[in-house]
Design a protein around this ligand. Structure first.
Ligand code: GDP
Length: 478
């Protein structure tokens, strides 16, 4: 039984309006059924079309997933090195790459691409994916079988790989008219990709890629906004997501169910520090500046934003006035950061002084791991737990440039205040900005008009794909 605190209503719909399929074993993935006890009901319902697409996808995955006849047949063709184009199922393999926030965003992007192109998504488990998440699809695993012939090559795939789509194009080694094609295609979509790799985002190129039973994708980018600019996908996307800003919100809630181990981290922390508060504020502090943290200008920025935007009350620095209220309102601040200092600073401010409003502010930080250590299992479990906990808050402040924060805002359905990236070690003015939407930002989008074959500002083509608040050249759906 779950111990539910007063503010949580008993939900009628643990499956989020049909977003999630029924029929899973509850014990093997508690978060799937219990998350609804911790989340406020989403203001956003998935469209019936999205729901039907997901059920169709699940059938496809059952029929074509790992170790099915179709899968074995397709692997045989892959090994043969020839593209005979007769396989009845097609696949897109997501290669495990980059920090956990990035991975979550790219997995959602590749899954959306799989939905759009009727491919089966297979997930490279890397070192720790299997310990972090539950299986999202009924009956068949989403993980690439360990004996998949190319797993050992994944690490070596990079911008220079001769077999990448971009390099084949650049060297005139591939075209639609070619008779014999390789048995797979490597798509290099990481931040360092070049103009040829970016041809992925052109419809004509998609027609060619459609001929491959196997696509292998390495990416650290949420590339969804650019899919919206492709005429071949636009209609389908509009049908799936009549409310455009809910793409990651729905796909994230559909795909990412924390494993029981991570769920333990989340629920214990929530019950101990957050559930009893009247209100929860999440503050994600991710500072990319070099040098010994904490930085005073960041401490100032956090205060300027939270107090300036009235997310937290001011303190009475001079006064020793006792708080008159017998039952003051308690606000819990959940701070996440690799370092300890920002938390310590804020906790002390609200411990040492009364607030002007009489509210009591409790500040909590689950961990301070000091450094990114993406290969250590418990490290990433904590990272996932913290992204998830942030998503359970009522109001959210995130840091510019950080995918960690994007995951929290998307899962939570929250439009955060974004702390601007500081320049020259000074507090930015204004310190933060309210996000236009809860969608993540695509950090390295293409600026190319596929039809006119020339450069173009892709952030100015349609009203619902704009440049991001935190990265001026990025793109996001708004
Ligand atoms: P990004 O670099 O901010 O876009 O986010 P990523 O999640 O892709 O990579 C950062 C990684 O650093 C995370 O996956 C964690 O491993 C670690 N990290 C960064 N900030 C935090 C934090 O606040 N808490 C924890 N536990 N880990 C963090």
């Amino acid at each position: 039984e779950v111990d539910v605190s007063q503010h949580i209503e008993i939900p009628k719909d643990p499956l989020f309006g049909g977003l999630l399929a029924d029929g899973f074993d509850e014990q093997s993935c508690l978060s799937r059924y219990e998350s609804v006890l911790y989340r406020k009901t989403s203001a956003y319902k998935p469209s019936p079309y999205l729901v039907s697409k997901l059920r169709q996808y699940e059938d496809l995955h059952k029929r074509c997933g790992p170790n099915t006849r179709s899968y074995n047949e397709a692997v045989k063709q892959l090994k043969s090195g020839r593209n005979v184009g007769t396989a009845d199922c097609k696949y897109v393999v997501w290669v495990c790459y980059s920090g956990l926030g990035n991975r979550i965003l790219t997995l959602a992007s590749v899954f959306l691409y799989a939905l759009l192109t009727e491919r089966v998504l297979l997930v490279d488990r890397g070192k720790d994916m299997a310990g972090l998440f539950c299986e999202p699809f009924p009956e068949r695993s989403w993980f690439l079988p360990m004996n998949f012939p190319m797993i050992k090559k994944f690490d070596s795939f990079d911008q220079n790989s001769r077999e990448s789509y971009g390099n084949l194009l650049k060297n005139n080694k591939i075209s639609a008219s070619m008779r014999s094609l390789p048995s797979y295609m490597y798509l290099h979509l990481t931040h360092d990709y070049d103009d040829y790799d970016k041809m992925f985002f052109c419809d004509e190129d998609q027609a060619l890629l459609n001929k491959f039973s196997w696509l292998i994708v390495k990416t650290d980018n949420y590339f969804v906004p650019s899919l919206f600019l492709m005429p071949s996908f636009e209609d389908e996307l509009n049908k799936m997501f009549p409310n455009k800003v809910t793409i990651f919100h729905h796909l994230g809630r559909y795909l990412f169910h924390p494993s029981n181990h991570v769920w333990g981290l989340i629920t214990r922390y929530y019950k101990a520090y957050l559930s009893k508060a009247d209100e929860r504020l999440g503050i994600q502090v991710r500072i990319f500046d070099k040098g010994p943290a904490p930085f005073q200008y960041v401490k100032d920025q956090i205060s300027a934003c939270t107090i300036g935007e009235k997310l937290l009350p001011e303190v009475d620095v001079s006064g020793f006035t006792m708080n008159p209220s017998k039952k003051p309102k308690v606000k819990a601040v959940l701070m996440t950061s690799l370092v300890y200092g920002y938390y310590e600073n804020m906790r002390n401010i609200y411990w040492e002084h009364p607030t002007m409003t009489g509210e009591i502010i409790g500040v909590h930080q689950p961990s301070h791991e000091e450094q990114q250590q993406s290969e250590k299992p418990l490290h990433n479990m904590k990272a996932l737990a913290e992204m998830y906990l942030l998503s359970l808050t009522d109001v959210l402040v995130t840091s510019a440039w950080s995918t960690f924060g994007y995951v929290a805002q998307g899962l939570g359905g929250l439009r955060p205040w974004i702390l601007y990236k500081s320049e020259n070690q000074t507090t930015p003015n204004p310190p933060c900005v309210r996000a236009m939407s809860m969608e993540p930002c695509f950090h390295a989008p293409p600026f190319y008009d596929c039809k006119a074959k020339k450069g173009i500002d892709t952030g100015k083509l349609v009203p619902h794909v704009r440049h991001c608040e935190d990265i001026s050249w990025g793109l996001k759906v708004v």
